[in-house]
Design a protein around this ligand. Structure first.
Ligand code: GUN
Ligand code: ZN
Length: 499
């Protein structure tokens, strides 16, 4: 792997980064969206993708160009950038998707890589085998072997400055995905697309996607740029970025427009069902749904495609700003509310919280507790791990911050769901500066109780008393037996006074 990717800022496993594309002599800010340009059917001229939408990189299919008489000669003569009128970075795919669709293609990896090089592609792709989800393990293994051989063949092709993708396959077998990622990372190839997830995305299997991405990320180094191949619906960008994906390609903006479908970050609408456009883009500001319905099909399709792209690029900017300010989890928690399967995807992502915690910054702007999932965020897990480091003795009161007891203690710690106990000195430090609601769900109390259990477990010499007003009885019952629980009767409204 050449040294082409640098992470600037993390939020969980999500990151802002820079991909240097030497052949195009540009750096691309990530996360980035690559609009798919079909060389035969250009919904939007590539120059407009750049000037109006801010696309720094796009993707097209070299296999289509390779197999088409006229275009092939033109592109070999003019080069891709001039032919398409795009001077950012251009990634080319190899025909693997056609292989998956039609069962065979008539190029080899060295041929198509050479062709991609000859037409001036900036990032090329070998012929990987996109194994579908849920196949027999034998098929997944043997096709992965073939993909891995092709990556090794690709290493040996002289492509000059062109970067080369190392697609990662393995179907729905997470161990194969991880092994595939380790192998890909050990090659000299540069960019790491996660392949064959389109069928999962199309059937809303976000939990499976989250498991696959988690396995792949565990097999790659942090300096590996990761592309989620074929992921183009803006409703899942935030979740996928939070998993650690850096590049996305969208054919969806054009394909959905063809069926009069209107993309939003909450899902997909049909033009015929819309009375109002819930969006601020130039198209939605200038037209009403009724006006689009009256237009001829091509005109309406073009405008819908423009809206679809605006909303997709707009969501990328929203995500980048969220990473910058450390609010990516809050954004994902909002997006996860838009479809139950997205919530499953987010919950699965949180199952791998150790990975998210490893790159999550120690300090951000305020933590907002806004959902049941907030209790499982890496900040909560990290706080619990930190509790293992305290060495306490004497009589310790762990109390919700209001209220007072008429007994003296050696030390008083505050308790806030979902974090649990913390010493007064940490109250001004992230994440304990959290904004939390007055009313918590059970999961938040349960997470706080886990914190108490950890603190008690590592401090056998201390005597703990808890004063946890309003906590649910069934959560209080999970506290260690030798802990003294003050009842509400001993609580006085004097507040903040004794101890
Ligand atoms: N586009 C969408 N999925 C894939 C894939 O698995 N491999 C390649 N080469 N292109 C894709
Ligand atoms: Zn719009």
């Amino acid at each position: 792997m050449r040294d082409v990717f640098e992470v600037r800022t993390y939020d969980g496993a999500g990151r802002l980064g820079e991909l240097t594309v030497p052949r195009a002599d540009v750096t691309v800010e990530t996360p980035a969206l690559l609009p798919v340009v079909n060389p035969h059917v250009q919904t939007l001229e590539p120059s407009r993708l750049q000037s109006e939408f801010g696309a720094e990189i796009m993707i097209t299919n070299s296999y289509i160009l390779h197999g088409s008489g006229d275009l092939r000669d033109t592109v070999l003569e003019e080069g891709l950038h001039d032919m398409l009128g795009f001077d950012g970075a251009i990634m080319t795919d190899s025909g693997s998707f056609q292989l998956a669709e039609y069962g065979e293609i008539d190029v080899t990896t060295p041929e198509i890589l050479q062709f991609q090089h000859d037409i001036g592609s900036d990032i090329g792709t070998p012929v990987d085998i996109p194994t579908p989800p849920d196949v027999e393990r034998e098929q997944a293994e043997s096709e992965l072997n073939t993909t891995q051989e092709r990556l090794e063949i690709a290493e040996g092709v002289d492509v000059g400055e062109m970067l080369v993708n190392a697609p990662i396959q393995g179907s729905t077998y997470t161990d194969l995905r991880r092994e595939a990622a380790e192998h890909a990372y050990s090659t000299s190839l540069d960019v790491f697309p996660i392949g064959a997830v389109v069928p999962l995305l199309n059937s809303y299997r976000y939990a499976d996607v989250a498991e696959i991405v988690d396995s792949v990320k565990r097999g790659l180094g942090g300096d590996a740029p990761v592309h989620l191949f074929g992921a183009g619906h803006p409703m899942m960008f935030a979740l996928a970025v939070a998993m650690g994906c850096d590049l996305f390609d969208s054919a969806a903006y054009a394909l959905y427009a063809r069926d009069e479908r209107y993309l939003t970050v909450r899902g997909t609408e049909h033009l015929e069902d819309l009375e109002y456009f819930p969006c601020h883009c130039p198209i939605c500001s200038d037209y009403t749904p009724a006006e689009l319905r009256k237009m001829d099909d091509q005109a309406a399709e073009d405008l819908l495609a423009e809206h679809n792209l605006h909303v997709s690029f707009g969501e990328m900017r929203t995500i980048k700003q969220a990473i910058k300010e450390g609010s990516l989890f809050e954004l994902v928690e909002q997006r996860a509310r838009n479809h139950p399967t997205m919530l499953d995807g987010y919950r699965t992502l949180l199952d791998g919280v150790d990975r998210l915690e490893a790159s999550d910054p120690a300090s951000k702007d305020a933590f907002f507790h806004v959902s049941t999932e907030s209790s499982r965020r890496p900040e909560v897990v990290r706080h619990h791990e930190r509790l293992d480091r305290f060495d306490l003795d004497g009589e310790i009161l762990l109390a919700t911050d209001r209220g007072a007891l008429d007994r003296e203690f050696d030390e008083r710690w505050a308790v806030t769901p979902p974090f649990g106990p913390y010493p007064p000195a940490l109250s001004e430090a992230y994440p304990l500066t959290a904004e939390v609601p007055e009313r918590f769900e059970r999961q938040a109390y349960a997470a706080a109780a886990e914190g108490i259990r950890r603190l008690v477990a590592v401090n056998p010499d201390a005597e703990f008393t808890v004063a946890l007003w309003d906590w649910p009885d069934d959560v209080l019952e999970t506290l260690p037996d030798d802990i003294r629980v003050e009842s509400t009767d001993s609580y006085s409204e004097k507040t903040e006074e004794s101890v």
